[in-house]
Design a protein around this ligand. Structure first.
Ligand code: PEP
Ligand code: CO
Length: 449
């Protein structure tokens, strides 16, 4: 192993789980060569800046909010849907900043989150067996042979949709949409219209006072770029490795390789095999990297992942995203926190309270309950408190719209409502109001710095 040299294609020699069965390898090759000739979506220097921000979250000086769609869709692609998602993430970030007393590092599951791992490679309905839907990067959700056949042209469509999404995000975040005063006004409107308004009012009133204090001191949100602009970094699961390789470029400043499809990439629960292709590929790119850890993860595995992905122990390089389920989190996480901390690995600890709390409702919908999601976050904080480590962030599936995919929230979604606007192309997402409920509730749980 020690003689092994990493290259953007060295993963080819290893088993790669969850890859599509492309029907025509020559056609795939043609598209990948073309993608490799296109401009990168992000710049290596940006990825390094995000590593620096995440290093603060590893040290307890910042908190990560990673959020967005389970799977972005080619069909639900519009300025409004991008704006609404950004708006919710900004609103959540203001509440969390005030409560945590540290900067919030905002990372979207956006502008490239198009590929999904599946528990089974095929799906059978009424005796008909077809390939599973693997995200719009690969095939279409409809249950026909044509829809489910992987189509390499989708890689190109995903590239272009990512570029357009990123362009609008950059415009909004730098152009005044993210102004702190304006974002707080949106939160005020949410609190005023929420059945839980009383409960949330304390935090909202605290932010009012802080803003008035700043204004009295002569700080103007409109003229101060720190308060008028925001950074929203992009991220997705690096699943379809051919696509990621095609966007991997050598940085002209440092000579290092970066996967320029997004600022941050992560390895999913189903592809984190230590000797697998996904670990190999991401071990060699300079971006900040995440790795999911589910309920079966052991302290030994967690340590081996740290050694593989961050042998240089660079703070901010590695985020471990824990997704164990509300029942297992506190006991499951503590030995992992201890092993990784004792070994001196500086990781960002993030809680994904979504993927361990999915169940099927009586109505037959795949769903999650906001109270289970909050219980897992509470358990995550408890484990960190017990071990004396910093709970570095949360990883949430949400959308800005008024969907009915998850249960609960102060404007309660009940089992009988799920069918009304169940629009996700993959996992159930919190709607805009449930996402803000989550931010205000997490604000109550957050350890104060
Ligand atoms: C996801 O983040 O959508 C996902 C599939 O998660 P996991 O790999 O943790 O199951
Ligand atoms: Co998901």
């Amino acid at each position: 192993m020690s003689e092994h040299t990493w290259t953007p294609s060295s993963w080819h020699a290893l088993p790669a789980a969850q890859q599509p069965d492309w029907p025509d390898p020559a056609d795939l090759d043609r598209v990948l060569k073309y993608v490799a000739s296109l401009p990168p979506l992000v710049f290596a220097g940006e990825a390094r800046n995000l590593t620096d921000q995440l290093a603060r979250a590893a040290r307890g000086e910042a908190f990560l909010l990673q959020a967005g769609d389970c799977a972005e869709s080619f069909d639900e692609f519009s300025a409004d849907s991008i704006r609404d998602k950004l708006k919710i993430i900004l609103q959540m970030a203001v509440v969390l900043t005030y409560s945590a007393g540290v900067p919030i590092v905002k990372v979207g599951r956006i502008a490239g989150q198009f590929a999904k791992p599946r528990s089974s490679p095929t799906e059978t309905i009424d005796g008909v067996e077809l390939p599973s839907f693997r995200g719009h990067l690969v095939n279409a959700p409809g249950f026909t042979a044509a829809a489910r056949t992987p189509d390499p042209e989708r890689l190109l469509a995903a590239y272009h949709q990512s570029a357009a999404t990123l362009n609008l995000l950059r415009a909004f975040t730098q152009g005044g949409f993210a102004d702190l005063g304006r974002v707080h006004q949106w939160n005020r409107e949410f609190v005023a219209s929420s059945p839980a308004g009383q409960r949330y009012n304390e935090v909202a009133a605290g932010i009012d006072r802080a803003l008035r204090f700043m204004a009295a001191c002569g700080v103007d949100t409109e003229s101060d770029p720190q308060l008028h602009q925001a950074d929203l970094w992009t991220s997705h699961e690096a699943l379809v490795l051919g696509y990621e390789e095609a966007l991997t470029r050598q940085d002209s400043l440092t000579g290092e390789w970066y996967d320029c499809s997004a600022h941050m990439l992560w390895i999913g629960e189903r592809t984190r095999q230590l000797d697998g292709a996904h670990m190999e590929f991401l071990s060699g790119v300079g971006n900040p990297i995440g790795c999911k850890l589910g309920p079966t993860a052991t302290p030994e595995e967690a340590l081996a992942i740290c050694e593989k992905l961050n042998p240089g122990r660079v703070p901010g390089r590695l985020t471990l995203v824990i997704r164990m389920g509300a029942d297992t989190i506190t006991e499951g996480l503590r030995p992992i926190l201890r092993a990784v901390t004792d070994a001196g690995h500086p990781v960002v600890w993030a809680c994904d309270p979504m993927h361990g709390n999915t169940f099927t409702s009586e109505s037959g919908h795949k769903t999650r309950h906001l109270e289970d999601i909050l219980a897992e976050i509470g358990g995550f904080f408890d484990a960190h408190r017990a071990e004396g480590t910093w709970p570095g962030g949360v990883h949430i599936e949400l959308t800005g719209g008024d969907v009915t995919e998850c249960l609960g929230g102060s404007s309660e979604v009940l089992s009988g409502h799920l069918d009304t606007r169940y629009e996700t192309v993959c996992d159930p997402r919190l709607n805009g109001r449930q996402s803000l409920d989550l931010a205000f509730r997490v604000a109550e749980l957050l350890p104060k710095r």
